[in-house]
Design a protein around this ligand. Structure first.
Ligand code: CP
Length: 312
């Protein structure tokens, strides 16, 4: 199977690509990382539109860096107030316009399902950079590549997800994606108000995934042999009530005491941005892999753009 099969396709949900296609993307990302000149200029003349209706640092900048490193160009907006969405233009019309100017579109939007809607109105591939609390499939590519690079495999692992599992779209996408790999156990650690949505649990049950829900992070680190700890931020922007956010925001803080309960070879991932949930004292722990993860994100997005635009 070659990357040629990805040409012209959208990425809306993690399962839009097969495991073989994702493996090919990871291999290409590693090749690009090792050889800075590889694929340089391959996208000259191509245009990427980045339409961000919600804030972003990593996703937008890594996509723009990826496109510029491939020799292509970028256009778009970083907040909706500077687009005609502020005048009431519909998402469908915005997408019709952007797809008549660019060769592919990366979009982040606060509404669940917006990426699917965009795909239906676009004449070019749509890459979902986050649709509300639903999915974030390119973060999943980043997460899986990091696990592969750091642990040498994406199977036979216990993965602990900790924090806001209700609104955390990166958790939903990664849990769904991991459910397609062999021998994956999942431990979901959250306060009762922020548990994993039922529709994701149903998918895991259907896939016969061994998973448990817990409240205490320290107990999970001591008892469950976690190989990958995926920390997440409590998603302030999805709360209806600020008092609830304030009450829940610091439920989990990963610090050196808690890390002393973890496996020596465990890796700590976080999609970032972090607020307080990982103490800065952990940043120098060799198990802290979140900044490397963010950098791998650029290489895998280069691989993705080159594949979608058909230059590999
Ligand atoms: N991981 C992630 O989506 O980060 P940004 O919100 O900064 O893009």
């Amino acid at each position: 199977m070659s990357l040629a099969q990805i040409k012209g396709r959208s990425l809306v949900e993690p399962e839009d690509f097969s495991l073989d296609e994702m493996e090919n993307l990871f291999n290409l990302a590693e090749k690009i990382e090792k050889d800075e000149k590889y694929l340089r200029e391959s996208c000259r003349g191509k245009l990427l539109a980045t339409l961000f209706f919600e804030p972003s640092t990593r996703t937008r900048l890594s996509f723009e860096a990826a496109m510029l490193r491939l020799g292509g160009s970028c256009l778009g907006f970083a907040e909706p107030g500077s687009s005609s969405a502020a005048k009431g233009e519909s998402l469908a019309d915005t997408i019709r316009m952007a797809s008549s100017y660019a060769d592919t579109i990366v979009m982040r939007n606060p509404k669940e399902g917006s990426a699917l809607l965009a795909r239906n109105y676009s004449s070019v591939p749509i890459i979902n950079a986050g649709d509300g609390g639903h999915h974030h499939p390119t973060q999943t590519l980043t997460d899986l590549l990091t696990i592969k690079r750091k642990l040498g495999k994406i199977d036979t692992l216990t993965v602990g997800f900790c924090g806001d599992l209700k609104f955390g779209r990166t958790v939903h996408s990664l849990a769904k994606a991991l459910s397609r790999y062999n021998n994956i156990r999942m431990i979901f650690i959250s306060p009762s108000e922020l548990v994993l949505p039922d529709y994701i649990k149903s998918i895991l049950k259907k896939q016969k995934i061994d998973f448990q829900e817990k409240v205490n992070l320290e107990d999970a680190l001591k008892e469950d042999g976690i190989d990958v700890l995926y920390m997440t931020r409590v998603q302030k922007e999805r709360f209806f009530n600020e008092d609830d956010y304030i009450r829940l925001k610091d439920t989990y803080v990963l610090n050196t005491d808690k890390m002393s309960c973890a496996k020596e070879k465990m890796i700590v991932l976080h999609p970032l941005p972090r607020v307080n949930e990982i103490s800065v004292e952990i940043d120098n722990d060799p198990r802290a892999s979140y900044f490397a993860q963010a950098k791998y994100g650029m290489f895998v997005r280069m691989a993705l753009l080159a594949s979608i635009l058909g230059v590999v």
